[in-house]
Design a protein around this ligand. Sequence first.
Ligand SMILES: Nc1ncnc2c1ncn2[C@@H]1O[C@H](COP(=O)(O)OP(=O)(O)OP(=O)(O)O)[C@@H](O)[C@H]1O
Length: 397
Amino acid sequence: MTIIAEGVSRSFDGVDAVRHVDLEARPGRVTALIGPNGAGKTTLLLVLATLLRPDTGRISVAGFDPATHTADVRRRLGWMPDSLGAWEGLTCRTALALTGRMYDLPATEATRRATGLLERHGLGAFADRPTRVLSRGQKQRLSLCRALINDPPVLLLDEPASGLDPAAQIELRHFLLALAAEGRTVLVSSHDLDELGAMRPDVVFVQDGRTAPAESVTRALTARRGWRIRALDPTALERVLPELGVAPYDAVFRRDGELVIPFDSEAQAADALARILGAGIRVSAFAPAVGELEQAFLDLATGRASTSPSGPSHHEPARPGAGAPVTTFPRVPQAPPPAPGRPPETSGGIPRPHDGAPRPHDAAVTESGAEPRPPAATDVNDAGPANTSTDTPRSDS
Ligand SMILES: Nc1ncnc2c1ncn2[C@@H]1O[C@H](COP(=O)(O)OP(=O)(O)OP(=O)(O)O)[C@@H](O)[C@H]1O
């Protein structure tokens, strides 16, 4: 049930929304589609969801070409657009059940599934209320329910966490991991790199309608980055670092009572920590200063990943056949979903964005961690789901 796109392009009246995209999203994995505003992510998802025809390129979703085998693809697809377009006057249960009927589910089965999904996603109390009363976050939940009504093996999710409260975002993360663990293919676009990164996804980076080469993504994901370390006795820590040869002294930053030290890899960071602890320093915090995915995004968006010298790579990028490199970067195994409730975060976990710190090796990064961002493009209109005819799709020229 793999998703494959090769050389896909799509333009609108002279606007090249997608210029050249190669990607592969595999069953059993969460694949993150990331990129700046206006990069072409939603357009690409619409193409994969059979809602837009590509101008060029080859696409395969679960073995079928969306352009020629639209119904075969839709049967296997769950599509969650970036904003819910729902029948406002229908109750949540009816709206979902009706969607189920469109997938040829018997009426009782459609209603049973609708009720189960609403309960599962915290909308049980709203089952018999019209969809228009839902808050933004509740609409996102309903949209997810709708994407799941046909029990699809392939899921395309455009900004699914948008509008969700923090607890719901964590719940969504665990839920998506559980879906992937069941063998489904989950392709998710999001700007919440913290939440996305916590899923340890495969990564596809799009900018200006083009996917970044696999090598650049690999480089960005494995680049040297800063780790923050806090000791009960900061002076003793500072004194011991040069003695241990952990890092050149001028590469170490001080920030908020912590030090930020650059390391090339997790292994190097772990070795250094062992030496610091071995020297009798009592360490109370040790973690990457910037989320791995956030840093990769910034490196790719600013072009650093394509020009900086290649760092040691933990994985070779996957390449289907002998063709052009795809941009999906296979990551470490994704953790199975934990039991309900937040799993314990290790000290090495990806920190929240407000933990952003300057990367010691990079003079272009400011003390606050802020970096120049590409200009935002005009937000585009909402697209309706593949499975509801009353939704308003974005105009397709
Ligand atoms: N129907 C359309 N007509 C004209 N231009 C469009 C249309 N749809 C998208 N575009 C343009 O194509 C480009 C890519 O848009 P798209 O929505 O795919 O980006 P995105 O990566 O999803 O952005 P964001 O992260 O802001 O949601 C943008 O420049 C957008 O203005």
